[in-house]
Design a protein around this ligand. Sequence first.
Ligand SMILES: Cc1ncc(COP(=O)(O)O)c(C=O)c1O
Length: 460
Amino acid sequence: MKTVQELLKTAYQLTLEHLSGRPHVGSLLLPLELKKTLGLKLNSEGASDDVIQKEMSNFLSFSANTLTPQFQNQLFSGLNPYALAGDWLSTIINTTMATYEASPVGTLVEKELIQHMNSFVGWKSGDGIMVTGGSNSNLVGMLVARNTLFPETKTKGLGNKIFTAFVSEESHYSFDKAVNLMGLGTKNLIKVPADKNGAIIPSALRQKIQESIARGETPFFIAATAGTTVLGAFDPIRELSVIAKEFEIWLHVDGAWGGSTLLSKKHRHLMAGVELADSMTWDTHKMLGTGLISSFFLTRHTNALRASNDSGDGNYIFHDSENSIWDTGPASLQCGRRIDAIKVWLMWKALGDNGLEDLVNQLFIKADRARDLIARMPELELMFESHMLNICFRYKDSKDPDKLVINVRQKLLEEGHHFVNYSTRGGKTFFRMIIANPELEESHTRNFLERIVTLSKEMN
Ligand SMILES: Cc1ncc(COP(=O)(O)O)c(C=O)c1O
């Protein structure tokens, strides 16, 4: 049996090899093939350290490599080294954010980050908490909205009211999950039409709200999306805030993807009016590469988060003391909560606001270059007008361009050099390339696009 030091040294060595290692994303094996390759079976006898080392190595080799710039399948790619170091520190300190006493530094670091991030939103005060992802943050937004506007629902439930929530048809599916979890009914999440480039149509929102009121329902929540998942569209927050005010509805902004544009003087206009919103989701693990999970729920209201979440008899853990106002547990849906804040804070401390602004600006420059390259390749067409890091395109000259996208993507996955996603809108299927990795160079994009053209010609 290895000592703890030896075991960690092995894991560290494998991690370093992984960091500097394969340039490709990893070929995708079918589940049954992969099952045969891995020593998955758990037995009554333990395994030797050699076997353990091999399985550690298998885990790294057969997982998708999201560190390489050719990983463009998700809204994240690459990993900031300060954030990685912070993640290791959080793992080894292995404590919970529930109370100040169990996590004094983590608590202060999280509060500092939230205050700083709120200042980028345009809020001088307010509150916030780190959560298990953008989906969870959207759920928290909906919960805080309902419990703040209708405090009796926290203790008495929904009564005979039908609460309705409004999002664009391009919004993330986490809102459907949120209404389900909150017992509101999935059909009471009302989807509002978006324009041809994916932004919500404000007049359609007003009409849907009026129709809901006419049916005797209680509209309580609008979510604007800042950076939609597929097209990268930004809903016009300022216009939505006027509607929210008119009908006394909570306005949440889902900035899971686009929230980081607030760091850039050049691009923050995409979220103009965000300071008028009541709450916001912001994932730094997406555009800023802080590693999954680093996700924030932010609100301009000072007491709403704690008042909405605090429930049950927690006196076995939350003791009355002069420090207890610092406890974040009562404001969270979780009890045990990892210190995700340390990784984001370490990176922010190292790079400063200016370094992060540069990071965001550079990604936008890379995305513009990718769009230019596509525009100059006669075989390819851009599907939407976008200024974000989502690039939706496909091969033009095909009898069945939709099927071709899916087949070419499958071939790319088998080759293991490029990992890109596809999506369908208005009956058309296209590649969705995401620019999120600061290491991405123009040559990567050129090679990738050329490979798509070559394969499309061959497979057409
Ligand atoms: C716009 C938007 N909101 C929310 C989410 C959910 O975020 P998470 O994956 O952190 O739960 C995503 C994920 O892609 C997203 O694109």
